[in-house]
Structures are given as C-alpha cells and as structure tokens.
Design a protein around this ligand. Structure first.
Ligand code: PGA
Ligand code: ZN
Length: 425
C-alpha cells in the first residue's frame, strides 16, 4: 500500500527547476522519479505547470509540488501501487482536464513514475521486468551528435543529426561504434578550428554552413573511425520543422520553402546520403502535407511523428487514419502518465508503426526511459550523445540490462532498409 507521497523541486540539466517525487510503500520501498522538460515542444503537449512570476525566471514548479503534496497525496495514500492503470486513472480524474492543466502534467507524471518504481522495488524486480519485459530485446541507440535549432547556437536549422549502429546486433558493440565515431567527430571539428563545445543533448554545436555540411562531416567521422556509412552506421535527422514553419512556409537555410520543396529537399538528401530516419520533417501545423511526404518517402525511410502526435493516443489515431508517418516518437511527459503512453505504443504496434523512446532536451539523472524502452520492446531510443551524465546515464543503464539479460540479447532489427547500401541488411 502507498504510505506516503512527497514531491520537491530539483533542477534539470539546463539548470531549470523540475519536479521529483518520492513514493513510499508500507514495507519501506521508496520509489523516486523526476520529470524532464522539452525546449522545442509540440503545441498539443499536456501542460507543464510552472509558477510564473519572477522567482527562477518564472520557471519554478512549487505549484506542481504543492499539488502532489496536497490533493494527490491524499488520493494516493492507501492505494495499491500494482495497478498502474488504476493509479493513472485516479490522477487523470483528480485533474479533470484533457490537458492536465489543473494539477500539472509534471506533477502527475512524477507520481505515475514513482509509484511504478516503488512497486517494482517492493517486488524485488528490475524495472524493465516489472513493466512487462519478458523476452527482451534492446533498443537501437540513436546518438544526437550535432545539435542545432533550439538546442544550440550553431546556426544550423536542423535540430538533430543522429547516428545509429545499423550493422550491429548487440548493444555494447553498437554503442562502442557510435562512441568511436562521436570522438572522431570531435577531433575532425577541432582540426577544422570549429568549436567542440556541446549543446543541450551532448552533441557538438559547430558553426557549419549548412545541414549538408553537417552530414558530410558525420560521414567523414564514420569513415575515419573505420566504419562504413550506411553499412555499419547510418544517419538520422530531426529537423523539428515546426520551429521554422511560419505562415505556411518553411524558413530553412535562408530560403522560404513550400511543403513540396521541403519534401523534395529530403528526397535529395536520402538519395545522396545513408539517411534512414527523418523526424518531424514537416510541421505539426501542416498535417495535409504529411500525406504526400509519407507517400513519397515512407517506403524508403522511417518518418517519425514527434510534435505532430505528442504521444497522445487520440491525436495519433487521427494520424493513423490519415496514413501519415510510419513511426512515432514516445515521450512520457508529452502525455503525462505511464498507462496513456503504453496505450499509444500499443496503437503504434497494431498499426505497424515503429516506436522510438525519447529523452527531452532538459533531462535529469533519472533512467526510467531505459528500462521502459526495454520493457516495451520499443526498438529504438534517442537519449543524446556520449556526453553529459544525464544522457550517458541512460546508455549505462542499457549496459547493465544487457549484462543481466546475457550477451545473446540482440537489438531489435531496424525495418527500413531500402536506403542502406549493405546487401545483407
Ligand atoms: P525537446 O526536443 O525535448 O526540446 O522538445 C526533442 C525533440 O524534438 O525530439
Ligand atoms: Zn523531435
């Protein structure tokens, strides 16, 4: 039974306040969880409750903390921690709004996660097992190695350039290959007298002229590390294009492009480079154009919806009906409870969409998403580069899980192989 619930204000990786929740059970088990925060958020994400005013730039979360320590605590005391769906339903009902704006989705998610962790602890089960992981596979890691957009002042419009170990079966060897590439990239940038300081997600933020230059530099790093681009390591991008979509056009690299021109741009990019995945290629306010985007590129590459679906089962259902995208990014704090997130993942599976679990650009040391990705058999995860402990901690958790599962455990095979050169893939 839940004996106590207590929240506090802590700080995230950008030095902004966020919420941490402790849930204690009557046998003493203490589940602790903290909540991340995005910068390039989707407009239809649930509400992250902030205090406003002048304290901590208006970003304080004391209102959310008080909501946990007051009404939520009252509701949770005495409840069983094992029925996650029931717990989440109580939280949703107590809030009473579709956007979770009364209690704050940050308050709600903190409790949802902490209850789950307490239940796993009292059962003496690893979190990924408690969450249902039986015949486990590890997700393929996507390292965000060059940061642009809202995550860095690199002047590059595409927010994320990622690399993934496409030609490897096992997590550790895959991770080693992209770690080598990340370090090679650093020395290549240094040789070109470009800055090697990192952005919010641990990727470098060099002042490069264009996105193509960023991709070329990545290919150089892959090759010089002894790997074959498109065979061993492939590239993914997250333009986060909602951020540069204004008045119906994409303000991209000094030009104003229509949706058709953006699609053509991506078409050229994937012809030229071993790009296997494009996230938020078009804006969350450009639903109609996602149809031709999906028709034209969806057979060749993974098209992930992040801002457009915001992990929301109802919004995602509309997208499935319209046949847009073929993959969905999963961020727990976009929807606010574990069970709604699982509902979205199940929908994806039924509709044949792939899933990628994701960190946020503002993170904490909490590694919940690592266990969650394994338990869900999510297939893919992006949680930054091999820098900044709030990113590395997630990758380290996968190494522990891999060790526990045994070295035969594989990473889920990547299904979009048409844009890869390796004949055996
Ligand atoms: P965010 O960005 O966490 O700043 O929203 C991540 C993403 O767009 O995938
Ligand atoms: Zn994104």
């Amino acid at each position: 039974k839940i004996e106590s619930v207590k929240a506090r204000e802590i700080f995230d990786s950008r030095g902004n306040p966020t919420i941490e929740v402790d849930v204690q059970l009557n046998d003493g088990a203490l589940g602790r969880a903290s909540v991340p925060s995005g910068a390039s958020t989707g407009d239809r994400e649930v509400v992250e409750l902030r205090d406003g005013g002048s304290r901590l730039r208006g970003k304080g979360v004391l209102k959310a903390v008080n909501n946990v320590n007051g009404p939520i605590r009252k509701k949770m005391i005495g409840e069983s921690p094992y029925d996650q769906h029931h717990i989440d339903q109580l939280l949703i009902e107590l809030d009473g709004t579709p956007t979770k704006k009364n209690l704050g989705a940050n308050a709600i998610l903190g409790v949802s996660l902490a209850v789950c962790r307490a239940a796993a602890l009292t059962e003496r089960m690893p979190l990924y097992r408690y969450l249902g992981g039986v015949d486990c596979e590890l997700p393929r890691p996507f390292f965000n190695v060059i940061n642009g957009g809202k995550h860095a002042d690199s002047g590059i419009d595409i927010q994320e350039f990622l690399i993934t170990p496409i030609g490897f079966d096992h997590f550790r060897e895959g991770l080693e290959s992209i770690d080598n590439t990340y370090h090679k990239l650093k020395s290549i940038l240094a040789d070109k007298a470009l800055v090697t300081s990192v952005g919010d997600e641990g990727g470098f933020a060099p002042h490069l002229g264009s996105s193509e230059e960023a991709i070329e530099t990545l290919i150089e790093a892959i090759t010089k590390s002894g790997y074959q681009p498109g065979k061993d390591i492939a590239i993914a991008i997250d333009p986060a294009s909602s951020e540069f979509y204004k008045n119906g056009t994409y303000h991209f690299e000094g030009k104003q492009l229509s949706s058709e021109e953006m699609i053509r741009y991506y078409q050229q990019l994937i012809q030229k480079y071993p790009i296997i995945s494009i996230e938020d290629g078009l804006s969350e306010h450009d639903w109609e154009s996602w149809v031709p985007l999906t028709k034209q590129l969806g057979k060749k590459v993974q098209l992930i919806g992040d801002d457009i679906f915001v992990t929301n089962p109802a919004i995602f259902s509309e997208g499935i009906k319209k046949g847009i995208a073929n993959s969905i990014l999963i961020k727990l704090n976009q929807i606010g409870t574990i069970s709604e997130t699982i509902e979205t993942i199940k929908k994806a599976r039924r509709a044949g969409y792939t899933t990628m679990i994701s960190h946020r650009s503002g993170e904490t040391e909490d590694t919940f998403i690592a266990d969650f990705a394994v338990a869900m058999g999510a297939g893919q995860i992006k949680t930054g580069a091999m820098a900044r402990t709030e990113r590395v901690s997630k990758y380290n958790q996968f190494l522990r899980i891999e060790e526990e599962l045994g070295q035969d455990t594989i990473m889920t095979p990547f299904p979009f192989k048409e844009n890869l050169s390796h004949p055996s893939l």
